[in-house]
Design a protein around this ligand. Structure first.
Ligand code: GDP
Ligand code: MN
Length: 380
């Protein structure tokens, strides 16, 4: 789960990382009131779950409460890479002398958390990695040893920070960032930019914070930070229906039983030149209601032009799934063609159930590859 900047900063503050004082606002009125309360110049910042807000015009300085209102009016409702701005973060403006970058994330290959630090902050880190890789210090942490003071020092010296006052503050922030990363079961904690003010104070001016969904049960307060409106409508609907679904941007609806088979189905559709519209896992059950729910979720996406139903019967029996498909077709009108591949437990019975009923828009295929080809063809 991705957090908004202000939520990430709230967690930073909890772990002792310095951030500026600010307020959330959802209307120009609230923005003006927030600026008045904070006093002095403020920054009006779009809260959207994507980066590059500055470049897109979603971050503006305001030198008075009235100005903050005007800037809020301009930013609210703005579309930043498909994300509509509904919330703002009004923050006391900082003077910036230097912009650094600091993050900790998982390096899955190494199976260890990875720190990255560079004094070339403020820009995309991918750009730094490409154009001046020598300026980017990378350092893994042994999760069993945990944080050791040399880690902060190695990052700071490695990146060439010379001011002892900065070195001390940054090393302390590195330690706190690691504590935040572990303490919230995060996948990513990124500060870009980590600024140095003209007075030599180091603080986090931005936050990118991703927590592990699977660990949210341990962090009730973080789980509550989820903004249901930030999720695509189809995914929200899927959650209500208890269907495991992730929206993608293609036109072939995909349905499998089991996460592994469903992932493979997405891959196979791509492999034969199609574009999957979603990931959807029917799970181990596959009873009629489960099929109805899944089909309702998949067909809610207006981009879906065909559906590939890929079932390998194990615990799930193919005849039951076939009956589920027929029941679903009785209860709802599905305009898109459905390609069904049934294999495994009771596959023959399943195919017979379908053949006997012979619904007009259902096509049976014997193999996964043929099924994918047919579904991709039908989406054209
Ligand atoms: P992003 O574009 O989504 O990464 O948003 P950031 O929060 O990183 O802000 C983008 C840029 O806006 C920063 O790199 C700064 O240059 C500028 N900025 C943000 N807050 C302030 C501030 O308080 N004072 C000044 N002078 N610039 C700011
Ligand atoms: Mn940023």
């Amino acid at each position: 789960m991705d957090l908004y900047e202000y939520q990430g900063k709230e967690l930073f503050a909890r772990f002792g990382i310095p951030v500026s004082d600010g307020r959330v606002a959802t209307t120009p009125d609230e923005a003006e009131a927030a600026a008045r309360e904070l006093g002095g110049p403020v920054v009006v910042k779009a809260q959207v779950l994507t980066g590059g807000r500055g470049k897109a015009g979603g971050i503006k300085l305001a030198d008075s409460p009235e100005d903050a209102r005007a800037k809020a009016e301009a930013i609210l409702g703005m579309d930043i890479k498909g994300h509509v701005v509904r919330r703002l973060w009004i923050e006391q403006a900082s003077d910036i002398a230097k912009e650094y970058y600091l993050s900790v994330t998982f390096d899955r290959g190494e199976k260890r958390p990875l720190f990255m630090f560079t004094t070339q902050g403020g820009v995309d880190i991918e750009q730094v990695a490409e154009e001046s890789p020598e300026a980017l210090v990378r350092l893994h942490v042994d999760p069993l040893e945990g944080y050791q003071p040399w880690i902060g020092r190695r990052l700071v010296y490695g990146a060439g920070v010379e001011d002892p006052n900065e070195q001390k503050q940054i090393a302390a922030i590195v330690e706190k960032l690691y504590a935040a990363f572990v303490g919230t079961d995060a996948m990513l904690c990124e500060i870009n930019p980590l600024i140095v003010t003209p007075d030599g104070e180091v603080k986090a001016l931005d936050s990118k914070f991703t927590v592990d969904d699977n660990a949210l049960f341990r962090h009730g307060d973080v789980a509550e930070m989820r903004d249901p409106e930030a999720v695509p409508a189809e995914e929200r609907f899927a959650r209500e229906k208890d269907v495991i679904y992730v929206k993608l941007d293609g036109d072939v609806g995909v349905l499998g039983n089991g996460a592994g088979l469903s992932m493979s189905t997405v891959d196979v559709v791509t492999f034969v030149g199609g574009r999957p519209a979603n990931f959807c896992d029917l799970g181990g059950g596959g009873d009629a209601q489960g099929v109805v729910d899944a089909l309702e979720v998949i067909t809610r996406d207006p981009q879906v032009k065909s559906i590939f139903f890929n079932i390998f019967g194990g615990i799930t029996r193919c005849d039951e799934v076939a009956r589920g498909i027929l029941a679903a077709l009785e209860r709802m009108t599905i305009e898109q063609p459905i390609v069904v591949r049934l294999d495994g437990t009771n596959a023959e019975e399943g195919r017979k159930v379908l053949a006997d009923a012979a619904p007009p828009n259902v096509y049976a295929e014997a193999t996964m590859l043929d099924g994918a080809r047919r579904a991709v063809e039908l989406a054209r």
